[in-house]
Design a protein around this ligand. Sequence first.
Ligand code: B12
Ligand code: SF4
Length: 481
Amino acid sequence: MNMKLLFINVPFLIERDEKIKKHSMENFNIVGSYSIYLLSSVVSREGFESDILDLSGEDEIDIERIKEQTLRYDVVLFSANSLNWAGVKRITEEIKKENKEIPVISGGIHPSFFDEHILKTSPVDFIIRGEGEKPLVQLLKWLRKRKGSLTGISGLSYKEKDKIIRNKSSKLMTELELEHLPFPAFEKMPDDLYLSLPLETSRGCPFSCGFCSILHRGSWRPVSPYQIYERLHKCLEFLPKTKMKYISFVDDYFTPGIKRIYDLGKILEKKKESFSVYFNSRCSDLIEDEWLEYVKPWTVRIFLGGESGYNKGLMQLQKGFTVKIIEDSARLLLKRGMSHTGEYSFLMGFPWENKKDIIRTIDFAAHLVREYGITARLSWHELWPPSRFWMNEYHKGILNIEWYDSLSLYRNESLKSLACPSLSQKDVDEVEQYLHKVFSSLNFAISSSATDESLNTAPHSPLPGGKFYYFNREMKEFTPE
Ligand code: B12
Ligand code: SF4
């Protein structure tokens, strides 16, 4: 039997006025889901035809239309993290009302950790834990024939009668396997929906910061510089589909292995093709700053986790650097004429933090913006599984995994107070007032000195350089009325 697959990309959804809507943090549609476009290409290499229904362009979800559309397919597939999981669950429930027999497969970070809970409490049929490329193809081959055993598919969890079966975990893909992955099916991406095109050049991160929830902490597997160039070159065909025509590296951490960056820089210099790229780095990597010259021609933004504005906080997070390193990195960006590319992220309300600690972080972030013209982004600490901080709360038995099943997750007060346990509502309100004050004085100062060259915005940058911005506790970006 020839099977037709439908991948559905679900943004972070919430329920309001009995309607299912996209959370405002998704309004920018910064970048598409890499896993969905990649997996569509992986299965097509194995002879499976698939379409992608990308719901990121819809402010309100039309469940009836989705249900009707899935009737034309044999398998439905979703990618889920802890933000969009509740939306994936609701859509699966609706699809199954109409089409009980259609197999639903889900993968991604949230199902990878909560496979048993999800299989028990939702109509999802199959979960692939960890990396999906190999087990997904094996599962689809099984579904095509419905013969033989599923037990040999590593990473698969499924229901058999009333039992949940959890096969052994799959091995991590090797660097060679990552090198030979197909190019994502960007031809299936809607035009003019996203600001940028996603691209992967490595997987994982050798560090293990307390608040971080990535799937592959403690391992980093790079793709070679030449392969990165090949992928970048292929992106040229699809960049016109995006609004801002830049490429977002979705790597957890792009800059370990400086030699890889030098080699990539040299290849790109020789090829004379021009790109605009956004990537993640660490403040400590900027201290040996010669490599910045190699990336300067094509970098529009470097995302840097500063996280905390005082050394005790950085130590608790096991960040591996000090505030001096953060400040030196900003100074070096300015020295190289790249301060408009630096976006420093800081978090407020870590488990040990009181109002005074948070104010130190805000003041430090504002100082960096003022002195070096970088951009600072402040948001509240949140508990996303399976970070170390999340695990601590979970093991105490007070964190309920069902909270992540709800379309009201963004308003869950219990989760918010577990994430920032040392703060009262009054503290939070006072911090937000303080943020507002800094925001107004700083952004006014920035706009009045906008002739300073270091504050100029790069041509394709989604945000102006030298900006101070923050998100409130419902993850909504603050905008002045
Ligand atoms: C790029 C990225 C973004 C982008 C784009 C997100 C998008 N549309 O996909 C942007 C910048 C918009 C973003 C925003 C946010 N993000 Co983000 N993001 C990432 C990042 C760095 C990379 C994701 C990626 O593409 N990886 C590459 C692909 C190939 O890997 P993958 O997704 O894991 O997919 C593999 C497997 O999981 C599996 N798989 C995945 N899906 C499926 C589906 C099927 C059917 C199968 C079989 C297998 C399968 O197979 C894939 C290939 O092996 C991850 C970190 C990470 N490593 O996951 C964080 C991460 C997902 N983000 C996170 C968070 C918290 C956020 C924000 C809340 C941040 C904020 N406060 O603003 C927002 C929320 C937006 C949202 N709705 O998700 C957390 C999520 C934690 C959790 N438990 O869910 C992560 C893990 C970061 C972290 N350090 O903790 N993010
Ligand atoms: S926060 Fe950044 S450096 Fe720390 S573990 Fe996560 S990806 Fe790595």
